[in-house]
Design a binder for this molecule. Structure first.
Ligand SMILES: Nc1ncnc2c1ncn2[C@@H]1O[C@H](COP(=O)(O)OP(=O)(O)OP(=O)(O)O)[C@@H](O)[C@H]1O
Length: 234
């Protein structure tokens, strides 16, 4: 579970907050989507949850404040721009993260994901030698490998080819079935239209709508998004 309560963030004390009193909840076994136009405050929210920014409010991951070791042990974060060690190979990166998180069977798990992402032939390449899409896939493999209870993903599909997008969607479905709480921030509504369970629409730093898929009826997420942001006078 990822719980955000009354998150407020200003980058500059003299300026108005760019995220205002945001509360949201990504539940176990659900895929929760954070949507919003450019500049709405999605990345600021995601980075605050990942404890990369100072902010006001309360953020709990698996019931623990997000700056605690307990929280860090149970969640993975896939940033929009992968953060990798350029001078480590794919295999070395996997070993480093697997050992750091004390994942006993990390090799076995990583093999499965390398295979799924058609990355096995790249395992001896240095991270700096990988293409943009390959870096994104490695970043996902590292996040999935620790078998997180909560998964935070910022723009997961950027740089991925269509087959890899399908693979990622399938992996999200599998993690959801295993009970992982998944929170995804994205612009690409069409891609998540088949998998979302709950969505929060952000506009100008505020959550302007929360939608439970069960209540959405025949309406697509895209239709709801445009209706809401038009009403919200973007
Ligand atoms: N490091 C920063 N310093 C100052 N202002 C920032 C910084 N990062 C973001 N902002 C401002 O905060 C607001 C929200 O930005 P944020 O990146 O969170 O939005 P977003 O919804 O993720 O946008 P996008 O969809 O374009 O990525 C914007 O007005 C942006 O200019």
């Amino acid at each position: 579970m990822i719980e955000v309560r009354n998150l407020t963030k200003s980058y500059n004390v003299l300026e108005k907050p760019v995220v205002k009193n945001v509360s949201l909840c990504a539940r176990p076994g659900e895929i929760t989507i954070l949507l919003g136009p450019n500049g709405a405050g999605k990345s600021t929210t995601i980075k605050s949850i990942a404890n990369l920014l100072n902010y006001e409010g309360e953020i709990l991951i698996c019931g623990h404040p997000n700056n605690t070791i307990e929280a860090k042990k149970c969640f993975s974060y896939v940033p929009e721009i992968p953060m990798l060690y350029d001078v480590l190979t794919v295999d070395e990166t996997i070993e480093f993260i697997g050992r750091a998180y004390r994942v006993k069977n990390y090799k076995e798990i990583a093999d499965k994901y390398l295979e799924a992402f058609k990355m096995t032939e790249n395992r001896k390449k240095l991270a700096k030698e990988l293409s943009k899409g390959m870096r994104q896939k490695l970043s996902m493999i590292l996040a999935f490998m620790i078998e997180p209870k909560a998964l935070l993903v910022d723009e997961p599909m950027v740089g991925l080819d269509p087959a890899s997008i399908e693979e990622v969607l399938e992996l999200f479905r599998q993690l959801r079935a295993e009970g992982t709480a998944i929170l995804i921030s994205t612009h690409i509504i069409d891609i998540v239209n088949d998998i979302w369970d709950r969505a929060y629409i952000m506009n100008r730093g505020e959550i302007v709508k929360e939608i439970d898929r069960k209540d959405a009826g025949e309406e697509t997420l895209k239709e709801i998004f445009f209706e809401t942001t038009r009403e919200g006078d973007v």
